[in-house]
Design a binder for this molecule. Structure first.
Ligand code: ATP
Ligand code: MG
Length: 496
């Protein structure tokens, strides 16, 4: 065990540690004691010490020790290797959950379980060497089972003052691992801490090195910022530290791009402010708010002396797809966000928009996405500086959604299916079946009362002799007639 006289702690810091002891679960304390009784040093370390000192409940517990992996395995029954970097995990079966402790030998090469493969792991004998490789002072503290805090880098003081500061020379530390650039923004954002000026200057200078970081890892950091308590401030910080231009260059295209006289903000500011005002906690809806107008700079045109952004929602949807694919979001996540961005321009006005057109909106967007679409509209409105979040119009739209909610809006909801068509008309399976159903659906959306088996079969009768191209054309015409009408209203309303 580290001798008390070698601990760089004040009695005050000791007190803070003692106060944390009551939050230390028995199984963690147990692991520390077992390792010590086996003749080794053992401390909890990193994020969990930081969280304890802040009075937060740590979400996981990391233990660091001078015991080598084989010693750890021998000391802790049922423990096993987690990976090839010598990290050992020790599962603890509690009555209602299973906790997993991670125990790592002091080391100077990092293994953060992040798909990086350090060329070599160097085990260390001194705790200090392990702490010195950690990123920020507040993340570089250790605590033993007595509540003694080991703090070589002023982590407690920075914690009290709310400062993110690298351990050691900032530029060196960011050059070692550029992911720390994003971690600095994330922690400062999450805890509402400032980034120490020298650390921030190094970040700005080295921002470009973020390109060496795998897109998956950038995505994970971005998600954490978006899901955090103040995503707007986080994205703004990425902008200020020059990181955003490498992560979301398409968004930066809107910087300084003025809109027309209906908007007081630039495209960039409006996108960010929409994120700020997004009522949803869901990081994907928040991402949709951030990107909903990302295509505006590319859609900007001057027609008869008027600035317009015709079709910007489609360009924004395309760009959103590109961005999210690059950042390796899953297809499911991409589809959700792209769908919201593409449909964010829906027009609604009481008395003016028919139930059929609300049904068409539902058909396009998907019933399960309507609440998100409303949230996006609220974000968009508040992000333009428009005072009311839920004007009468939007509340009325929600009422309309409820009203038409059970009306047929997809082929699945029709009272006939492909098998019915095949049996009744002796048709072969093939794309023609789906195309007939699409034409019928377009009619049923206009008039849900048609959704009766016999009626639908009658509607199908004249369609069975049409070929695929003709059928597709038919479905399109029914939808397109309505669409152009809606588009016209929409453009007038939004002057885009
Ligand atoms: P969170 O609560 O978000 O998990 P955390 O501080 O526990 O925060 P982790 O990513 O779980 O963060 O990492 C655990 C510890 O490992 C950190 O506290 C820090 O000491 C160290 N660490 C993690 N990533 C890095 C890195 N890229 N560079 C240096 N040290 C790191
Ligand atoms: Mg952690």
């Amino acid at each position: 065990m580290t001798k008390p006289d070698s601990l760089p702690q004040t009695s005050k810091s000791n007190q803070a540690g003692k106060q944390c002891l009551s939050s230390l679960p028995d199984f963690v304390q147990q692991a520390l004691i077992i390792l010590q009784q086996a003749g080794f040093e053992a401390f909890i370390v990193g994020g969990c010490v930081r969280d304890l000192l802040m009075g937060h409940q740590p979400k996981d517990w990391d233990i660091t020790t001078n015991a080598r992996p084989t010693d750890i395995l021998a000391a802790l029954p049922d423990s096993k290797y987690k990976n090839s970097f010598g990290t050992v995990i020790w599962p603890i079966y509690l009555t209602d959950s299973t906790e997993v402790l991670e125990i790592t030998t002091y080391r100077s090469e990092s293994d953060y379980d992040d798909h990086r493969h350090p060329s070599e792991i160097i085990f260390e004998d001194k705790l200090e060497n392990d702490l010195s490789r950690r990123d920020f002072t507040i993340n570089a503290m250790a605590m033993n089972q007595n509540g003694d805090i080991i703090d070589y880098y002023g982590g407690q003081k920075d914690l009290q003052q709310g400062i993110i500061r690298t351990v050691g020379e900032p530029a060196d530390r960011f050059k070692e691992d550029a992911l720390r650039l994003l971690r600095a923004v994330r922690f400062s954002n999450r805890f509402n801490f400032i980034i120490e000026p020298k650390t921030e200057r190094a970040m700005i200078k080295l921002a470009g090195s973020i390109k060496f970081i795998a897109n998956e890892r950038i995505r994970d950091e971005l998600i954490k910022i978006l899901a955090g308590p103040q995503p707007y401030e986080g994205i703004k910080k990425l902008h200020e530290t020059k990181l955003l231009q490498y992560i979301l260059p398409e968004l930066e295209e809107g910087d300084g791009v003025a809109q027309n006289h209906h908007h007081i903000y630039t495209v960039f500011d409006h996108n960010l402010l929409s994120l700020k005002h997004c009522p949803s906690q869901d990081y994907l809806v928040r991402l949709a708010a951030l990107l909903h107008d990302v295509g505006k700079p590319r859609a900007k045109k001057t027609i008869n002396g008027q600035t317009t952004f015709y079709n910007h929602e489609y360009i924004s949807a395309k760009l959103t797809q590109k961005i999210m694919t690059r950042l390796r979001f899953s297809n499911q996540e991409i589809n959700r966000v792209v769908n919201l961005v593409r449909n964010h321009m829906f027009y609604y006005n009481v008395g003016e928009v028919t139930e059929a057109s609300v049904r068409r909106l539902i058909a396009k967007t998907g019933e399960q996405n309507l609440a998100d679409l409303i949230d996006l509209r609220i974000a968009d409105r508040l992000g333009s500086g428009t005072a009311k979040a839920k004007p009468y119009k939007l509340r009325h739209l929600e009422y309309m959604f409820d009203k038409v909610r059970h009306d047929p809006v997809s082929v699945k909801m029709l009272k006939i299916n492909g098998t019915d068509l095949m049996q009744k008309f002796g048709l072969e399976p093939g794309p023609q079946i789906g195309a007939i159903l699409d034409v019928i659906l377009a009619d049923v959306i206009n008039n849900p009362q048609l959704n009766e088996r016999e009626v639908l079969l009658k509607l199908a009768q004249p369609l069975i002799n049409l070929n695929l191209a003709e059928l597709r054309q038919r479905a399109k015409t029914v939808i397109a007639e309505e669409r152009s009408l809606e588009d016209q209203q929409l453009r007038q309303q939004h002057r885009v």
